[in-house]
Design a protein around this ligand. Structure first.
Ligand code: BDR
Ligand code: CA
Length: 326
């Protein structure tokens, strides 16, 4: 029999490229009772798709949730060569503390087939969260546009209202597959964008890391160690004193309607610029009056609220693991 409480949960499919902050997003989703995580698909991005898939499986094993189905996604973008983020996340894509080996196999379908089936089989529309390049979801909506009404919304980490990180103007995820993002922006699905202008407010300060370390057991220790590796990259590459933990902001947006302030705007992604391919163009001041707003854009983060959500989820996962051990 279905648990009646499950009807009040938000059904979520997560498409990601772990990546230290993707890994924290997975843990936030798993540790939040408001979310029903239907499955996770992988994409190239922070590392090769093979490493991203394995990293998802290892994070699920760490959290004691190997039952969540995992599907392998795209090895590269719709057009052009794959950009990889190993220079930020290390050789494995998730360098740092030791992690358990995968505790389950991936599903037989690829990410597009898996996403499509999960959408069709769900009894209510599903929120699709994307925290890597948009390739899998772009391909899904290009090849199976009939599933669009089954998507409650696409919430993605990527782009910026300001500057970029992978290039001076383009954020990594939107740079890695602008053509796929363009397909999604033109599809008939509601879209929320969580860009660098928002996620640079989500800093894992020494105080946050201290609170992670206070979570009993392996979950808190692992997150704190991830922040160490990620923090070193951010200091070396972008002179940040604490790392911005981008990807969990997408999940936090589902958990608490007040954790992020949003603004409706017309958003496009540059496909042709000589220096600006992959840059998001966010029209906050209606400079293109003929273009209607098509995206809700994340603007301001309630920082304490955000970390309270993350830390509470880590505590829940840690309690669950301790209970399973008894
Ligand atoms: C995005 O790129 C990756 O480094 C992170 O996982 C995040 O999704 C930030 O630009
Ligand atoms: Ca990511």
């Amino acid at each position: 029999m279905t648990d009646p409480a499950s009807h009040r949960q938000i059904p979520v499919l997560l498409d990601c490229d772990p990546g230290h902050d993707d890994a924290v997003a997975i843990l936030l989703a798993l540790g939040s009772p408001q979310v029903r995580l239907l499955g996770i698909s992988s994409c190239f991005g922070n590392c090769s798709v093979e490493d991203a898939t394995r990293n998802i499986q290892r994070v699920l094993a760490l959290a004691g949730h190997a039952e969540i189905p995992v599907a392998t996604g795209a090895a590269g973008p719709l057009l052009g060569d794959a950009a990889l983020g190993n220079y930020v996340h290390g050789a494995s894509g998730l360098d740092g503390p030791p992690l358990p080996d995968p505790a389950a196999d991936v599903v037989a379908e690829d990410a597009v087939g898996f996403l499509r089936r999960m959408l069709v089989e769900s009894d209510s529309p599903v929120t699709v969260v994307v925290t890597g390049p948009m390739t899998n979801v772009g391909r899904l909506l290009r090849d199976h546009p009939e599933v669009a009404p089954r998507i409650a919304e696409v919430v993605f980490m990527g782009g910026s209202t300001e500057r970029g990180n992978h290039t001076p103007t383009a954020e990594f995820n939107t740079y890695a597959d602008p053509d796929a993002l363009d397909l999604v922006l033109r599809a008939d699905v509601p879209v929320r964008m969580v860009g660098l202008n928002l996620t640079h407010q989500a800093l894992a300060t020494p105080d946050v890391v201290k609170q992670m370390l206070a979570v009993p057991g392996v979950i808190g220790q692992t997150c704190a160690a991830w922040m160490g590796f990620f923090g070193d990259s951010y200091e070396r590459l972008w002179e940040f004193s604490s790392p911005p933990v981008h990807d969990p902001c997408t999940i936090a947006a589902l958990l608490d309607p007040d954790v992020i302030e949003w603004r409706e705007a017309f958003v496009a992604v540059e496909l042709d610029g000589r220096w600006t391919r992959g840059t998001t163009v966010v029209d906050l001041h209606r400079r293109y009056p003929d273009q209607s707003p098509n995206v809700r854009v994340a603007m301001r983060l309630e920082v304490d609220r955000y970390w309270d959500l993350v830390l509470a989820a880590l505590e829940r996962l840690s309690d669950r693991l301790a209970g399973a051990d008894r």
